[in-house]
Ligand binder design. Structure first.
Ligand code: ADP
Ligand code: TRP
Length: 316
C-alpha cells in the first residue's frame, strides 16, 4: 500500500521549453511535489510522433532533464525518468488501445487540431492519449499537474481506467488534473497559445536577456485598448494583480514602458534558474535517468504483473 498520494507529470522532449510549459506544468509540480510521492517523466515516445531525427531527440532529452533540475526539482525527492526506459508504458497503452473506440480517439484535441490544419496525422498521434493514460495509470497516479490544453487527456486517462475496470475488475484509480488558477493558457507573442511547435512566438524559459527582450518587444498589442492584453496576460504570471494595477494605471497607453517592465520582471525571475542550469552536466543527467528509470520500473513492473493476470495473458 502506498502512503502519500502520487503526483506525476511529463513534458515531451520535443523542443526548448517556454514559459507556458513552466507555468502550466512545471511550476505547479515544483510547488507541490514534496507533499507527494512524485514522478516527473520525459515523454520521449510522445515526442516521436513529431520528431524523426535521432540526434535532435537525444539532445532534447538531455535538455528537458536539465530544465527539470534547474527549476529546482531534487532527484532524491522525485523520480525523474524517461518513458522509453520503462517498456510497460507502451505495453499498457496497447491494452488501452484495445479497449477504446476509434470515434472516441477521433475526438482528442491533438488529433483534431492536426486534421483541422489539413495535416496528416500518424497513427502514433492518433493513439497518443492512450500512451499518456498508460503513463499516468501505471503508477496509480492521483494528481496530474498540466496546462489547460491537457485537461482532456487526463479525462481520457480516467475513461481508460474505467473501461479497464469494467472489463477486468477494479485495477486502476481515477487521476485528477491539477490546473493552476489564473494560468490557463499562456499566450505566445502572437496572442495564440504559446507552443514549442511555433518557436518564433515563444518566450524561452532559459532565454538570455536579449532573447527575452526580442520576444517581449514582438508581442502583438491592440492600440485601441487601454491595456495591452497579451503583455498583461504574461505579466500576471510574474507579478500580483495588485502590483500590476498600479503599474498599468501609471503607464496607461505607454506600451513600450510596460514591455520594458515585463522584460525586467521576467529576467530577474529567471536569472537564478538560468544560472543553475549552466552547471548541470550530461553525466549528471545520465545518472539521474539511470536511477529514476530503475525506481520507476520497479513500480511499473509490479503493476503490470497484476494487469497481465487480469487480462489473461499470464498462463502460470
Ligand atoms: P507544447 O504545448 O509547448 O508543445 P507540451 O505539449 O510538451 O508543450 O506541454 C507540456 C506541458 O506544458 C503540458 O502540461 C501543457 O499543458 C503545458 N503547456 C504547454 N503550452 C502551454 C501554454 N501556452 N500555457 C499553459 N500551459 C502550457
Ligand atoms: N501529453 C503531454 C503534453 O503534451 C505530455 C505528457 C505525456 C504527460 N505523458 C504525460 C503529461 C503524463 C502528464 C502526464 O503536454
Amino acid at each position: 500500500m502506498k502512503g502519500k498520494k502520487r503526483l506525476l507529470t511529463g513534458l515531451q522532449a520535443s523542443g526548448t521549453l517556454h514559459i507556458g510549459n513552466y507555468f502550466g506544468a512545471l511550476k505547479p509540480f515544483v510547488d507541490t511535489y514534496e507533499d507527494y510521492e512524485s514522478m516527473l517523466m520525459v515523454a520521449d515516445y510522445h515526442a516521436l510522433t513529431s520528431i524523426k531525427d535521432a540526434s535532435l531527440l537525444r539532445s532534447n532529452i538531455f535538455d528537458v532533464v536539465k530544465d527539470y533540475l534547474a527549476v529546482g526539482i531534487d532527484p532524491k525527492k522525485a523520480i525523474i525518468f524517461k518513458q522509453s526506459d520503462v517498456l510497460e508504458h507502451t505495453e499498457l497503452s496497447w491494452i488501452f488501445n484495445c479497449l477504446v473506440t476509434v470515434p472516441f480517439l477521433m475526438q482528442a484535441h491533438a488529433y483534431k487540431d492536426k486534421i483541422a490544419k489539413g495535416l496528416e496525422a500518424n497513427a502514433g498521434l492518433f493513439t497518443y492519449p492512450m500512451l499518456m493514460a498508460a503513463d499516468i495509470l501505471l503508477y496509480d497516479t492521483d494528481v496530474v499537474p498540466v496546462g489547460e490544453d491537457q485537461r482532456q487527456h487526463v479525462e481520457y486517462a480516467r475513461e481508460a481506467a474505467m473501461k479497464f475496470n469494467n472489463a477486468f475488475g477494479d485495477t486502476f484509480s481515477a487521476p485528477k488534473e491539477l490546473i493552476l488558477e489564473g494560468v490557463g493558457t499562456v499566450p505566445g507573442t502572437d496572442g495564440l497559445k504559446m507552443a514549442k511547435s511555433r518557436p518564433q512566438y515563444v518566450i524561452p524559459l532559459f532565454g538570455s536577456k536579449d532573447e527575452i527582450t526580442k520576444a517581449v518587444m514582438s508581442i502583438v498589442t491592440d492600440s485601441s485598448a487601454d491595456r495591452p492584453e497579451h503583455v498583461y496576460a504574461i505579466h500576471k504570471l510574474f507579478k500580483t494583480e495588485e502590483e500590476l494595477e498600479v503599474l498599468y494605471k501609471e503607464k496607461m497607453g505607454n506600451y513600450k514602458d510596460l514591455k520594458e517592465a515585463l522584460i525586467e520582471d521576467i529576467d530577474s525571475y529567471m536569472s537564478p534558474i538560468r544560472e543553475r542550469r549552466i552547471h548541470i552536466t550530461d553525466d549528471e543527467v545520465k545518472k539521474v535517468l539511470e536511477d529514476g528509470g530503475k525506481r520507476a520500473r520497479e513500480i511499473a513492473q509490479k503493476k503490470m504483473e497484476d494487469v497481465r493476470k487480469k487480462i489473461g495473458v499470464t498462463i502460470n
